[in-house]
Design a protein around this ligand. Structure first.
Ligand SMILES: [Zn+2]
Length: 475
């Protein structure tokens, strides 16, 4: 540094004194600056509210039950635990009430997320699929958490209710346990235009700014928020504005507003977090989740009647190749590959069906995924142990699943593998066969589940065999 040489040129005593002064000055500036920089951030306080924070939680709980009957919630313990771990990191920095925040994934490709009062946060798969990194996902979640922390939903409901009821009787009504009645009166169930989720522009602006603060305080780079906005804006120019923006006509204003707040925060925090290894893995899982096909609901299938009609076309004899970081393999050229990274699903059109509860299930096709077995205390796990752990895991979420042939030795891609046959109740009706093949690889237990209804399995067996024998692992 040039100042060092200047000191060296001066007499030693003077130099020492000037260094001491400089140190003292730097210390004073550090002490003075830190609180000032903190104080400059925008402060918020929740608006007028008729409800107590405990009633926020009660309202959120009631409406969430309604919401979850209507939404395709993804039941995947790994994704759910990832979202909740990330969410807790953020809510720890949220101001206000310590709500029992919880986070769930919705099987919907639209880029959207919402939060009910009391901290019930729902994130669409579209958000994770379109996020370039964990920070962008955390930014969306921090924005939603801010709506709950600032009590925007019940503030809206309070205003709507007050507009209908004379103030004198408000206290009496809300003091009793008539939340349900109040919500009905102001139209705050989980309807498309629910008052709990229709925020004002000002509420959106607050959630953007507080979201940036939460992101910063949790150790993430708050610039992830404007980056994600810009990305969505660019997609919106192609025609359809992503839903997360539909509440606000002008994304540019939101970007400018949040950038202004980030300037006050001083940019990114020191040593900010980048992607956790889990983000990439979970994003891979989300990308390979079955998509709910509107044309393949059970009702539609019945309309088309029994027989070949209504079932997917038979697998083509021509194959196309697929490659991800884990393996290379071929699949029929009239099928599609969903997903990337470690997890991928190959299925014909109509191979994914709605299970009648809004969840998509694979009725025809092949799932390739990776399972992390628990190692013993010598951190060794055999292919047999790992396979049994996986089967336990699968049976846990499929109680009707039974093993029909276990642990037959095969080879896949030149590696030792195990073949297991299982049966389960098919979402397409009747029983289904599952052929499970497992291989231990450096990343974990790679497994292939080939599935078809019992009555159709013979039509698919050859395609499954061809696919499995085409597998190659990188050396
Ligand atoms: Zn919002």
């Amino acid at each position: 540094m040039s100042s060092g040489r200047a000191c060296g040129d001066a007499a030693p005593t003077v130099a020492r004194r000037s260094v001491q002064q400089a140190v003292a000055l730097v210390l004073a500036m550090t002490l003075a600056w830190a609180p000032v920089a903190q104080a400059e951030r925008t402060r918020f306080k929740p608006g007028w509210n008729l409800f107590s924070p405990a009633q926020d939680v009660e309202i959120g709980r009631q409406v969430s039950q309604d919401a979850e009957r209507q939404l395709p919630i993804v039941n995947d313990s790994r994704i759910e635990s990832y979202l909740n771990t990330l969410g807790r990191r953020l809510t720890a920095k949220a101001p206000g009430e310590r709500y029992p925040y919880q986070f769930k994934l919705v099987n919907d490709r639209a880029i959207n997320a919402f939060c009910l009062p009391g901290g019930y946060v729902y994130v669409n798969r579209g958000v994770i699929e379109n996020a370039d990194n964990e920070t962008q996902l955390a930014g969306v979640m921090a924005h939603e958490i801010s709506h709950a922390a600032l009590r925007h939903g019940t503030n809206q409901a309070s205003k709507a209710y007050a507009a209908q009821v004379p103030l004198a009787i408000l206290g009496g009504v809300l003091g009793s346990n008539s939340i349900g009645a109040v919500l009905t009166q102001v139209g705050a169930g989980f309807a498309a235009n629910s008052i709990l989720l229709k925020y004002s522009r000002d509420a959106e602006r607050q959630a953007d700014l507080l979201g940036a603060q939460i992101l910063y305080d949790a150790g993430y780079d708050p610039r992830g928020i404007p980056q994600f906005f810009e990305k969505l804006e660019a997609q919106g120019r192609g025609g359809h504005m992503p839903d997360w923006f539909s509440s606000h006509p002008s994304p540019e204003n939101r970007i400018a507003g949040v950038n202004n707040e980030i300037e006050k925060l001083g940019g990114a925090p020191p040593n900010y977090k980048t992607n956790s290894p889990e983000f990439r893995a979970v994003r891979g899982n989300v990308l390979s989740l079955p998509t709910i096909g509107k044309g393949s609901t059970p009702a539609r299938r019945e309309e088309r009647g029994p027989g070949r009609a209504g079932r997917p076309d038979l697998p083509s004899n021509r194959y196309q190749s697929y490659q991800n970081g884990l393996l290379r393999m071929s699949y029929p050229d009239n099928w599609k590959a969903y997903g990337q990274e470690g997890a991928v699903t190959f299925a014909p059109e109509g191979g994914l069906v709605d299970d009648g509860h809004g969840n998509a299930a694979l009725a025809y096709g092949v799932i390739v995924n990776i399972f992390e077995p628990h190692a013993n205390r010598y951190s060794q796990v055999t292919l047999e142990d790992a396979t049994d752990q996986l089967i336990d895991d699968l049976r846990h979420s499929n109680p009707a699943m039974r093993i029909s042939r276990r642990h037959e030795r095969v080879r896949i891609g030149g590696e030792r593998a195990l073949s297991t046959y299982l049966t389960n109740d098919s979402t397409a009706g009747g029983k289904e066969y599952l052929w499970l093949v497992t291989v231990l690889r450096p990343d974990g237990l790679v497994y292939f589940v080939s599935v078809a209804p019992e009555r159709d399995y013979d039509d698919y067996d050859q395609a499954f065999q061809n696919m499995l024998s085409s597998v190659r692992f990188p050396r």
